[in-house]
Design a protein around this ligand. Structure first.
Ligand code: ADP
Ligand code: ZN
Ligand code: ZN
Length: 746
C-alpha cells in the first residue's frame, strides 16, 4: 500500500494551514515518521525544498497521479521534530486539528525581522550611584532603582534581562539613557551571556529532607534517559508551604545544566512576579529566558530563538513555555502543579502536566511537579507508585513554623447580631497585629461567586439531591443543578432550621476595603483584585509596596495567596471560606482546600509566629477542617472517597461535550441526539450524564448545553469522541451548532 505524507514547507503562521501531500518511495518507508524532515520537489519548477512531516497515512487527499514523490529523508533538528511529534499527539489526544496543534507548539515567525541584540553598559559609575541615591527617595522610580542597582553590580545587562527579568519598560530605559550614565550597544554577537549572573546569590546548605528529595529524584535521571517510564520520569515533590521546594528545583537544575542539558520551569502566570523570577535569576543569570503573556509576539519569538540558538538553557514561563525548542531537554519543573491555570481553556484544551510528560518521554527528561497541595489525581498516582513521591514536611527557614489556625463559625456571629464582614476574633487579632506594627493579609475567596444559596442562621447549603453539588440561583427565584439539570424554586425558609434568612451570598473586595477602613481609620490599606491590576505593572507595584512595608493590610482575591513570601506578615484572615466550596463543581472542595492552605501558608514565614483565622458557615466541612489542621493527607483520603462514590475523576476519566447554538432548542436537541447515537453504538461501560445546561447557560448570544461521558479509560473516551465527530461530519446535521470536547483526567 502506498504511503502518503502531509508536510509543511515553511514554519510561519500563514503557512500552517497549507499542508502539502507527497508520496513516500518504498525504500524510504522505514525512515519516515511525524516530525522528521524531508526534501521535496516544490512548485512548478520542482525546486528542492526542506519540509517537515506532520502526518502519515494511506489515502491520497486528491488526484493520486498528481502527487509527487519525496526526494530524501533528512534528519529533523531534534527540537522541531519533537515539537511536531508532540503536536501530532495533541491533535489525537485532545481532538484538535493538526494546524491548531502546530500553532500551539511551534515558535512562529510573525514576520521576518532582524533580531537586534542590545546590551546596556555602565558608562559612568559615579553618576549612576548619584542617580540611584536620588531615585531611591522617589517612590515612583522603583523601576529605575531596580535597573541602577543591577547595572552597578553587573556592569552590563542585556536587553532581554532588562525587559524580561527586571520588567522595566522601554520608556524608563529611554529616560535613563538620556542621563548618560549608561550607553547602549547593538551587536551581532551575543556577549558571553552564560557568564552573566546577578551576583546576589548566596549558597544555602540543603537540609536533610531537601537532600533526600534531590537525590531521590536525580538517581532516576540516568535511567529515564535510557528508557523513559512514568515511574522513573515523573516525580511529585509534595512539600508543605515554606519547605524549600525552590531550592530543590534549583539544585536539580544545576545538575541538569552541568550535563549540558536544558531546563523548562513552569510557573503559573499569576505567580510570575519579579520576586519569584529573581530567585532563579540570582543563581543562574542570563542563562535564563523568560516568557509571559505580556511579551509581544516578537519579544516572545526572540526568547524562543535565544533558546534555540543555545544562548539560554533555562526557560521560565507559563504553560506555553513547554514548547521551548530545546534540543537537549533534561528537566521540566512544574511549580504549584495543582494550579488550574495549567489547563488550557481554549483549543487545544491540553493540561500542561500531560503534555510535559509526553515531551519528557520523547526527550528522556525528568518531570518534577511541586506543590504543598497536590492535585488529588496526581497524589493518587504517587501513592500507587505510578510516579515518584518525595515528601518535605518541615519549614526550611530556621525558626519558621506553620501558623496557628483558628476557625470562626459565622453562624454564631450572626446569632450574636454581628452582621459585619469581620468576626470578633478576626477584628481583635487585627487590632493586635496593627499594634505590633506587623502586616496582615485579608483574603476574599471569590471563585464560586456564581451564587450558591445558603442559610445565614445554620449554614445549610441548597444542594442537588442527585449530584451532591450545590445548586446555583437563576433569575433570583430558581435553583438549578448544572450537572443533571434538575430545578427547584428557592425556598422561603431554610429546609433545615426554618430560618427566613436564606439568600445568595455575595460581597466584593471593594466593600471589604471600605468596611476595614471604617473599622481601622489609621490603617494603611492596599487592595489587589482584577480592578486594581489592569495595568501592565500594577500587580508588581502593589506587591513591591507591600513587601517594603508600605501598607499594613493587603486585601485581595486569589491573586494575593499565590507563592508570595512576605516575612513580616503574621496574620492572615480568610473572610468567607465557603465561597468556593459550593461552586457547583466536583472540584470545589479540592480548590477550596488548596486556596485555604496556600492562604494560611502566607502567615509566619519569617521568624515571628503566624496566625490564621478562617471565617466560614461550614466549620464542620472536611475541607475546612483539614485545611485548618493543614493536613493534606486527611483531606485527600476523604476527597478521594467522594470522587469514587460519585464516579468523578480520577476515579473515572471524563469527556465533556459542550454544544453551543443560537437556537436554544436546537442546541439541546443536538446533545440529546449525540447521546442517543453514542448509546446505540458499541461503547462498553460509558456512563452518560446530561444533556443539561452548562454552568454558564448563555455566552456570546449562544445557548450552551453539556453532556458528561465517564469511563475508566481515557482511550475509550477518545474513541467515542472521534466517533461522534465522525458522525457529525458524515450526517451534516447540526451545522449551526458549535461542538467542543474537553478531556478531563483530574
Ligand atoms: P516553598 O517553595 O516550598 O514554599 P521556598 O523555596 O520559598 O519554599 O523556601 C521558603 C524559605 O526558606 C525561603 O526564604 C528560602 O530561602 C528558605 N530556605 C529554603 N531552603 C533553605 C535551607 N536549606 N536553609 C535555610 N533556608 C532555606
Ligand atoms: Zn437554616
Ligand atoms: Zn443534580
Amino acid at each position: 500500500m502506498a504511503v502518503y505524507i502531509d508536510v509543511i514547507v515553511d514554519i510561519s503562521v500563514s503557512s500552517l494551514d497549507r499542508i502539502f501531500q507527497y508520496r513516500v518511495p518504498e525504500e524510504m518507508l522505514d525512515a519516515v515518521t511525524v516530525g522528521c524532515q524531508v526534501s521535496v520537489p516544490f512548485g512548478n519548477g520542482n525546486r528542492r525544498r526542506q519540509a517537515f512531516v506532520v502526518g502519515v497515512g494511506n489515502s491520497p487527499s486528491y488526484d493520486e497521479t498528481k502527487i509527487k514523490d519525496i526526494l530524501e529523508v533528512t534528519k529533523a533538528p531534534a527540537a522541531t521534530g519533537q515539537l511536531i511529534a508532540l503536536a501530532d499527539w495533541m491533535h489525537e489526544w485532545y481532538g484538535c486539528t493538526m494546524a491548531q496543534a502546530l500553532k500551539t507548539v511551534l515558535p512562529i515567525k510573525k514576520s521576518v525581522k532582524e533580531v537586534k541584540r542590545v546590551t546596556y553598559f555602565l558608562a559612568d559609575r559615579e553618576k549612576a550611584q548619584q542617580l540611584l541615591d536620588k531615585s531611591r527617595k522617589n517612590r515612583r522610580e522603583k523601576a529605575r532603582v531596580r535597573f541602577l542597582e543591577a547595572i552597578l553590580r553587573e556592569e552590563h545587562l542585556t536587553k532581554e534581562t532588562v525587559t524580561g527579568v527586571l520588567q522595566i519598560s522601554s520608556a524608563t530605559m529611554k529616560a535613563i539613557l538620556q542621563t548618560g550614565v549608561i550607553r547602549e550597544e547593538t551587536s551581532q554577537i551575543y556577549r558571553d551571556p552564560v557568564k552573566q549572573k546577578l551576583k546576589g546569590w548566596q549558597e544555602v546548605c540543603l537540609n536533610e529532607e531537601q537532600q533526600q528529595a534531590v537525590e531521590g529524584i536525580w538517581k532516576n535521571a540516568a535511567i529515564c534517559r535510557e528508557h523513559w517510564t512514568e515511574e522513573s520520569g515523573i516525580h511529585l515533590l509534595y512539600g508543605i508551604t515554606g519547605s524549600g521546594k525552590t531550592e530543590v528545583y534549583m539544585s536539580l537544575m544545576e545538575k541538569t545544566l552541568s550535563e549540558g542539558r536544558q531546563v523548562i520551569v513552569l510557573i503559573p502566570e499569576i505567580s510570575l512576579t519579579l520576586q519569584t523570577v529573581s530567585r532563579f535569576y540570582d543563581r543562574f543569570g542570563s542563562q535564563i529566558a523568560i516568557m509571559n503573556s505580556k511579551l509581544s509576539a516578537g519579544e516572545r519569538y526572540d526568547q524562543y530563538m535565544r533558546a534555540k540558538r543555545g544562548e539560554a538553557s533555562i526557560m521560565i514561563g507559563p504553560r506555553s513555555a513547554l514548547f521551548t525548542p530545546f534540543d537537549r531537554l533534561g528537566l521540566i519543573i512544574i511549580d504549584e502543579e495543582h494550579e488550574s491555570a495549567y489547563k488550557s481553556e481554549t483549543v487545544p484544551r491540553y493540561h500542561a502536566a500531560e503534555v510535559a510528560a509526553r515531551r519528557a518521554s520523547m526527550a528522556g527528561a525528568l518531570v518534577v511537579m511541586g506543590s504543598a497541595t497536590p492535585a488529588v489525581a496526581d497524589y493518587q498516582k504517587a501513592l500507587d507508585g505510578r510516579i515518584g513521591l518525595h515528601r518535605m514536611t518541615h519549614r526550611a527557614r530556621a525558626g519558621s513554623r506553620l501558623p496557628d489556625v483558628q476557625v470562626v463559625d459565622l453562624r454564631k456571629e450572626f446569632r450574636m447580631k454581628n452582621r459585619g464582614i469581620l468576626s470578633c476574633s478576626l477584628q481583635e487579632a487585627m487590632e493586635h497585629c496593627l499594634k505590633r506594627g506587623e502586616q496582615m493579609m485579608l483574603f476574599l475567596n471569590r471563585r464560586g461567586y456564581a451564587g450558591f444559596v445558603s442559610c445565614r442562621s445554620c449554614g445549610y447549603v441548597m444542594k442537588c439531591s442527585h449530584c451532591d453539588v450545590s445548586m446555583t440561583v437563576h433569575h433570583h427565584h430558581l435553583l438549578k443543578c448544572h450537572y443533571c439539570g434538575s430545578e427547584q424554586p428557592v425556598p422561603r425558609v431554610c429546609p433545615s432550621c426554618g430560618s427566613p434568612y436564606i439568600a445568595g451570598f455575595g460581597v466584593g473586595t471593594q466593600k471589604v476595603e471600605e468596611f476595614v477602613q471604617n473599622t481601622f481609620p489609621e490603617a494603611r490599606i492596599l487592595r489587589m483584585d482584577r480592578d486594581t491590576t489592569s495595568g501592565k505593572d500594577d500587580m508588581g507595584r502593589i506587591l513591591q509596596t507591600f513587601s517594603e512595608g508600605g501598607a499594613d493590610i493587603l486585601i485581595g482575591t486569589q491573586m494575593i495567596v499565590k507563592g508570595h513570601d512576605f516575612a513580616n506578615v503574621t496574620l492572615v484572615g480568610i473572610l468567607a471560606a465557603d465561597l468556593s466550596m459550593f461552586a457547583g463543581d466536583y472540584q470545589s472542595s479540592e480548590r477550596t482546600f488548596q486556596l485555604l492552605t496556600q492562604a494560611a501558608g502566607r502567615a509566619g514565614r519569617g521568624n515571628r509566629p503566624g496566625q490564621v483565622i478562617i471565617q466560614t458557615y461550614q466549620p464542620e466541612h472536611y475541607c475546612i477542617q483539614t485545611a485548618a489542621a493543614q493536613d493534606y493527607d486527611s483531606f485527600y483520603s476523604q476527597e478521594i472517597r467522594f470522587r469514587q462514590m460519585l464516579h468523578y475523576p480520577p476515579d473515572r476519566q471524563m469527556m465533556v461535550l459542550l454544544a453551543e447554538g443560537e437556537s436554544d432548542q436546537e442546541a439541546a436537541l443536538a446533545v440529546k441526539k449525540l447521546r442517543e447515537i453514542a448509546t446505540e453504538a458499541d461503547f462498553d461501560g460509558v456512563e452518560f450524564i446530561g444533556p443539561s445546561r452548562a454552568s454558564i447557560t448563555r455566552a456570546r448570544d449562544l445557548y450552551r448545553y453539556t453532556l458528561y461521558m465517564k469511563h475508566q479509560d481515557s482511550k475509550e473516551l477518545i474513541r467515542l469522541r472521534d466517533f461522534l465527530e465522525g458522525y457529525l461530519k458524515w450526517s451534516q446535521q447540526f451545522q449551526n451548532i458549535y461542538f467542543t470536547f474537553d478531556l478531563r483526567e483530574q
